[in-house]
Design a protein around this ligand. Structure first.
Ligand code: GZL
Length: 333
């Protein structure tokens, strides 16, 4: 694998030392006159947010394998769910003077300073997966990822169809949301709420963040079961939390997919398998497999070419109403 592979805590010290040397000597260990060769002698710094779900692991694998296919030298760092680590990692890429910086921002706010440093160093930035909140359009060149609002809409549209199919009079919905202040959490909630708000049968009676983590998804569901007498629907912002919620339901003697309708987002293999078993009713896809697109757009950037400001993945919805679930190919994550 042709990658400069730097990851984990023990290398954080190395990154710090690298920055210190550069600060003291005023130079980086890469000659700025070097230009990436057409063949892909590109060096990309990728600051990943963590390893919280199978989705994230699939995203990481997609990026690393795509870099190898493209002949890109990849500096990859995992921030282990901490924004301050991502900011540190981006600074180490600036110090090294990579050709392009790409990252998946764990939350939307707090990026202006470090991205301003990248811009002032002449290093273009790609925002991937999740979005940032900024007033300064010069801080990044483009976004690559999914339309989370549309994912929420697809979840809502499924539930309206389900309510019609079972001739429901009223459905109490509980929501387990993702990492607070992250784009997928905000937009999946908004898209779903906007879609169902005109339907008097559908009522979101409770919502709490499970931070996209399986164990927290279980805790949230346990709390809902203890608090509410009538829960008809779970809308969960990712499959990892849904798997935890299903554990809680079964421990409480409830039949997932029957006693409680389950709508989940991501499209991991495990969720599709549970959909086929009838334990999940709807899976909204959010593909993590965007590595090749990132490498292709990064190469265009490095060559000084125009790129789209927003590049969205095509996501689809799978549900109990589909008759081709057994023909679905392996999900790959
Ligand atoms: C969505 C991504 C989310 C996934 C979760 O693009 O940011 O983060 O839905 C992951 O599984 O933790």
């Amino acid at each position: 694998m042709h990658s400069l592979f730097v990851s984990g805590r023990k290398h954080a010290l190395a990154a710090f030392v690298l920055i210190a040397i550069i600060a003291l000597t005023g130079c980086s260990n890469r000659d700025v006159s070097e230009q990436p060769s057409e063949s892909g002698g590109l060096i990309i710094g990728f600051a990943q947010l963590g390893s919280e779900s199978a989705w994230r692991l699939g995203n990481t694998q997609s990026i690393i394998e795509a870099a190898e296919r493209a002949g890109v030298q990849l500096m990859f760092e995992n921030a282990q769910q901490k924004q301050e680590n991502q900011i540190r990692d981006i600074r180490s890429f600036i110090a090294y003077r990579v050709d392009v910086i790409a990252f998946a921002p764990i939350v939307e706010d707090g990026w202006d300073n470090v991205l301003g440093e990248a811009r002032d160093a002449g290093i273009p930035v790609l925002v991937t997966d999740r979005m940032i909140n900024t007033q300064d359009d010069t801080l990044f060149a483009g976004f690559i990822g999914s339309d989370f609002y549309e994912e929420g809409v697809m979840a809502g549209e499924y539930l309206i169809k389900k309510a019609d199919a079972i001739d429901a009079e009223s459905l109490n919905i509980v929501e387990i949301s993702g990492t607070v202040e992250s784009t997928p959490m905000k937009q999946r909630a908004q898209g779903f709420a906007d879609t169902i708000k005109g339907d008097a049968r559908l009522d979101i009676i409770d919502s709490v963040s499970g931070d996209f983590i399986r164990s927290k998804g279980k805790e949230c569901m346990q709390k809902f079961i203890d608090t509410h007498d009538k829960i008809d629907v779970l809308y969960s912002h990712n499959d990892a939390m849904t798997l935890g919620a299903i554990e809680a339901m079964e421990e409480a003697g409830l039949k997932p997919g029957e006693d409680i309708i389950i709508i989940t987002v991501d499209g991991e293999q495990k969720a599709i398998d549970l959909l086929k078993e009838g334990k999940i009713n709807c899976v909204v896809e959010c593909t993590p497999l965007i590595g090749d697109t990132i490498m292709q757009i990064a190469a265009q950037l490095a060559r000084g070419e125009e790129i789209p400001r927003y590049t969205y993945s095509e996501d689809r919805v799978f549900s109990e109403f589909d008759d081709d679930l057994d023909e679905l190919p392996e999900r790959g994550y």
